[in-house]
Ligand binder design. Structure first.
Ligand SMILES: C[S@@+](CC[C@H](N)C(=O)[O-])C[C@H]1O[C@@H](n2cnc3c(N)ncnc32)[C@H](O)[C@@H]1O
Length: 202
């Protein structure tokens, strides 16, 4: 198996989803930004969604369909089990976003702390290409990762920090910024990590 898949499967095998440093019971910043900017309560794709509780909250808020895409089949199996009651409306895709071609359009692309692991320009280019082809006309992307004054590593791996300007620079000039916020995340261990979330559209 690809080493990226194996790495993340090991992370989720070794710890329950409530013990990983990025755990949040209610992903309030993501949820607020999606609710404020989504063109409709249609379909959302959560890129690098892992075992996040965002899909649970999106269904509660009335969204039609949520897709969780992640490298880790272990993480996705946990979300699928948790959301079994929504199995007709919750889809899981085990994939590396840099190798994935969307088969449909999404109203909302959400990514909290997945893009920031893509430190290679070629991976960033492929991420941008997937985003461009996945986004429905009028769709939005909510992308969050460590802010420029945040940590330089996450889960033992190096990350690239972004503010909204550097994110737009990386993704290309056809995207425009709708909103950006900073969010201070407290890990289960009590340390604090500063995130920057940007909402963009084509
Ligand atoms: C720090 S965790 C964040 C998980 C989730 N977004 C959350 O906020 O709870 C990063 C996640 O991104 C996934 N990931 C990392 N690189 C990825 C890639 N190239 N393609 C798809 N998923 C990726 C990992 O498997 C992991 O679940």
């Amino acid at each position: 198996m690809d080493t990226r898949h194996a790495y993340w499967d090991r992370v989720y095998t070794e710890k329950p989803e409530t013990a990983v440093s990025w755990y949040e019971l209610c992903p309030a910043s993501s949820l607020d930004l999606i609710l404020r900017n989504a063109p409709a309560k249609g379909n959302v794709i959560d890129i690098g969604g892992g075992a996040s509780f965002l899909p649970d909250h999106l269904f509660e808020a009335g969204f039609d369909e949520v897709t969780s895409l992640d490298l880790s089949a272990v993480a996705l199996a946990r979300v699928a089990r948790r959301l079994d009651r929504f199995r007709d409306r919750h889809r899981c895709i085990v994939a590396d976003v840099t190798q994935w071609s969307p088969d449909k359009h999404y109203d909302v692309w959400h990514d909290r702390a997945a893009l920031h692991f893509l430190t290679e320009p070629e991976d960033q280019r492929r991420y941008g290409a997937a985003l461009r082809s996945a986004l429905a006309p009028g769709g939005i992307a909510v992308i969050g990762g460590f802010a420029p004054n945040g940590p330089s590593r996450c889960s033992g791996l190096p990350v690239i920090q972004h503010d909204s300007a550097s994110l737009l620079d990386m993704l290309g000039t056809e995207f425009k910024l709708l909103e950006s916020i900073e969010h201070l995340h407290e890990t289960p261990g009590g340390s604090k990590r500063i995130f920057c979330f940007s909402v963009i559209s084509k």
